[in-house]
Design a protein around this ligand. Structure first.
Ligand SMILES: C[S@@+](CC[C@H](N)C(=O)[O-])C[C@H]1O[C@@H](n2cnc3c(N)ncnc32)[C@H](O)[C@@H]1O
Length: 218
């Protein structure tokens, strides 16, 4: 609830929360391949049926992953909060308008049904971990697949003094009470807990470098 109000206020004051310099650097790194994870493309590729698969990239950023899914024959929906990244993705789309959709919105607002929902390194921006997973579940068709790379406690970095204390409070509130303030990543333990509650036809949770890779089939 608190996060919801903060996110609404923030969007009201600044519809694109990504600072321009940051976005330009992220886009440039993505285009140069620095930020690009080829391995995840090979994982997603296995689930794409060319000409049939509808894939939603939640928190799609500059759109490089969408472009690759499009090149593999999928119908892609780019979904992100940032108009700056939308311009980047729009440029990548070129004239292939019929196979691309764009949704400028917070990741929590999922509309439609998809064969694949993809979410790479931005889960922690959701308003609530459990509710977000439910929206993802509802956004998948009966045999739909979720493929996510989630930050976890390994990505907390170092902080000291009052900042460290505030971070600790954020983490405890999210872990123990499912109350999210800001964007703390869920711990590996919480990831296991929330995903294991569902009766998926298959579920894989494993370490993926510092992050956690999750693949489930509804
Ligand atoms: C670290 S980037 C990851 C981008 C892309 N998934 C990738 O792997 O390169 C995080 C993305 O989340 C987006 N984002 C941040 N907060 C968001 C929110 N509340 N709703 C939707 N997207 C959000 C940012 O605009 C950015 O594109």
């Amino acid at each position: 609830m608190i996060n919801y109000i903060i996110s609404k206020l923030r969007l009201l004051l600044n519809p694109d929360p990504i600072p321009t310099q940051y976005a330009l650097k992220y886009i440039s790194d993505a285009y140069s391949g620095k930020q690009f994870d080829e391995k995840i493309i090979n994982i997603v590729r296995e689930y794409i049926n060319p000409g049939k698969t509808k894939i939603l990239d939640l928190g799609a950023g500059p759109g490089l992953y969408c472009k690759r899914f499009y090149d593999l024959g999928a119908f892609v929906t780019w979904h992100d909060i940032s108009a700056k990244y939308k311009i980047s993705a729009f440029t990548l789309m070129k004239s292939n308008k019929q196979n691309w959709n764009f949704k400028l919105d917070i990741i929590d607002n999922i509309e439609g049904e998809y064969d694949i929902i993809f979410n790479r390194v931005c889960w922690y921006y959701c308003l609530n971990d459990n509710k977000f997973l439910k929206s993802i579940y509802n956004g998948l068709n009966d045999s739909g697949v979720f493929i996510g790379v989630l930050h976890n406690e390994n990505r907390l970095g170092k902080s000291y003094g009052i900042k460290r204390l505030l971070l600790k409070i954020q983490l405890i509130l999210n872990e123990k009470f499912d109350i999210k303030i800001g964007h703390p990543p869920p711990s590996k333990q919480k990831i296991n807990n929330i995903f294991s509650r569902y009766n998926f036809s298959s579920l894989k949770i494993e370490d993926y470098g510092l992050d956690t890779l999750i693949i489930f089939k509804k």
